[in-house]
Design a protein around this ligand. Structure first.
Ligand SMILES: C=CC1=C(C)c2cc3[nH]c(cc4nc(cc5[nH]c(cc1n2)c(C)c5CCC(=O)O)C(CCC(=O)O)=C4C)c(C)c3C=C
Ligand SMILES: [Fe+2]
Ligand SMILES: [Fe+2]
Length: 335
C-alpha cells in the first residue's frame, strides 16, 4: 500500500460571521498573537484587550458586514476553492487540507484530523508569498506547537516563502494583463503593512535601513518582508514592461505611524492631487481577495481618490482560483 502525503494549506483567517461578537473574538485571538503585536505580555494584553479590540470590533464588524457575501467571507471561500483545485490537480497520492491561523477551520482541529490519517509526509504551505513573522512565522509556529505533542512525528516540509516562484509571478502578471496598462496614469503595488520594528528584527544588526532592501535581495535580507515586497514588484514590473516612474510600491492597513512607508492611502491621495484620473492597484501580498483588497482598496481608496479629484481606482483581482496559481501551489508541494 502506497502512503499518501498530507498537504496543509494555511491562510490568515476571518471571523466566523460579521456579527460584532464574532469579530471581537477573531480580533482578540489575532492581535493577542505575540508575533503580531510583539510587545511584552502585559503591555500586549492591556493594549489589545482594553484599547484596540473594544474600539475596533464594532467598526470592523460594519466593514465585515459590507464584505460578507452569500458564500460567506471571500478569504475563506477562495482559500477553499484553491484547496479543492489543488486536490484535483495533485491526484490521489495527496490529500489536501485547509486551516486558518485564526478562527476556523483551526490549525489544531485540522492537524488532529491529519494526525489520525497517519501520513508518512506532511507539507505545510502558508498562503503568504513573502515571509513575515506575523503571517508565515506565526502559522508555522502554531503547527510546530501542535505537532510537538504528537507521539509519531512524520517527515514534515515547511514552505517559508515563494515570492519569486515563476508561476506566482506569472499568475499575477496574467491578472494584470486583463487590463490595458496604458489606460492608467499610475500603477500601485500595495502590500499589507508591518511595523518597522518587526522588519528590523529580521536583520542581524537590527536595522533594515542598513541593508539596501528596496534595491536588492541578498543572503542577509532574503527573509526581510520589505526586501521581498520590493523584489516581487521588480519581477512583476519587468514582466509587465512597466516603466520606472509609472509605479509606486506602498504599504496598506497600518495600525500606527511606525509602519512601513509610504502608506498606500497617502500615495492614492497624492496621485489624485497630481491630477491623475485612473490608477491600477496590485496587492501581491494576498493570494485571495479579502477585506484588505475588496474593501480597503476597492472601496476606501476609491473614495479617497475621488475626494481629491481622481476618478477610478481599479483593483487587480487576487490570485483566488487562477489556474497558474494552482500550478504554483502544486509545484511547491511536489518539488
Ligand atoms: C500578508 C499577510 C498579512 C500580514 C503580514 C499581516 C500583518 C498584520 N495584520 C495586522 C492587523 C490586521 N489585519 C487584518 C486583516 C487581514 N490581514 C491579512 C494578512 C496579513 N496581515 C489578511 C488576509 C486580512 C483580511 C482578513 C479577512 O477576513 O478578510 C485585520 C482585521 C481587519 C481590520 O479590523 O482591519 C487586522 C486588525 C497586524 C497588526 C499585522 C502585523 C503586525
Ligand atoms: Fe493583517
Ligand atoms: Fe530589510
Amino acid at each position: 500500500m502506497k502512503s499518501k502525503t498530507g498537504v496543509l494549506l494555511i491562510n490568515l483567517g476571518t471571523p466566523d460571521s460579521p456579527a460584532v461578537g464574532d469579530v471581537r473574538s477573531y480580533l482578540s485571538q489575532f492581535l493577542n498573537d505575540p508575533r503580531v503585536i510583539d510587545l511584552p505580555w502585559l503591555s500586549r494584553k492591556l493594549l489589545v484587550n482594553f484599547l484596540i479590540v473594544p474600539f475596533r470590533a464594532p467598526k470592523s464588524a460594519k466593514i465585515y458586514q459590507k464584505l460578507w457575501t452569500a458564500n460567506g467571507s471571500p478569504l475563506l471561500y477562495y482559500s477553499e476553492k484553491a484547496k479543492d483545485l489543488l486536490q484535483a490537480s495533485l491526484g490521489s497520492d495527496y490529500e489536501v487540507h485547509l486551516a486558518m491561523r485564526y478562527k476556523n477551520p483551526s490549525i489544531p482541529d485540522v492537524l488532529e484530523a491529519m494526525r489520525k490519517l497517519n501520513y508518512e509526509k506532511i507539507v505545510v504551505l502558508p498562503m503568504f508569498p513573502q515571509y513575515a513573522s506575523a503571517s508565515t512565522g506565526s502559522a508555522l509556529d502554531e503547527v510546530m506547537r501542535v505537532m510537538r505533542t504528537w507521539w509519531v512525528v512524520p517527515e514534515v516540509k515547511f514552505i517559508s516563502q515563494y515570492y519569486d516562484h515563476p508561476k506566482f509571478i506569472e499568475a499575477f502578471v496574467a491578472r494584470g494583463r486583463q487590463y490595458n496598462l496604458a489606460d492608467y496614469d499610475h500603477i500601485l503595488f500595495s502590500y499589507h503593512g508591518l511595523p518597522e520594528r518587526q522588519v528590523d528584527k529580521v536583520h542581524n544588526d537590527g536595522r533594515c535601513a542598513n541593508h539596501n532592501c528596496e534595491q536588492e535581495i541578498t543572503e542577509e535580507n532574503k527573509y526581510c518582508y520589505k526586501a521581498t515586497c520590493y523584489g516581487t514588484t521588480r519581477l512583476l514590473v519587468e514582466k509587465l514592461n512597466i516603466p520606472e516612474g509609472k509605479y509606486t510600491v506602498c504599504f496598506q492597513s497600518r495600525l500606527d505611524k511606525k509602519w512601513l512607508m509610504p502608506f498606500s492611502d497617502k500615495v492614492v491621495e497624492e496621485c489624485a492631487r497630481k491630477g491623475m484620473k485612473k490608477i491600477l492597484v496590485f496587492s501581491p501580498a494576498f493570494t485571495a481577495d479579502c477585506l484588505e483588497t475588496i474593501i480597503e482598496i476597492g472601496d476606501e481608496y476609491q473614495e479617497i481618490f475621488k475626494e481629491h479629484g481622481g476618478e477610478k481606482v481599479q483593483l487587480v483581482e487576487s490570485l483566488n482560483d487562477h489556474p497558474t496559481w494552482i500550478d504554483c501551489l502544486k509545484d511547491l508541494v511536489i518539488t
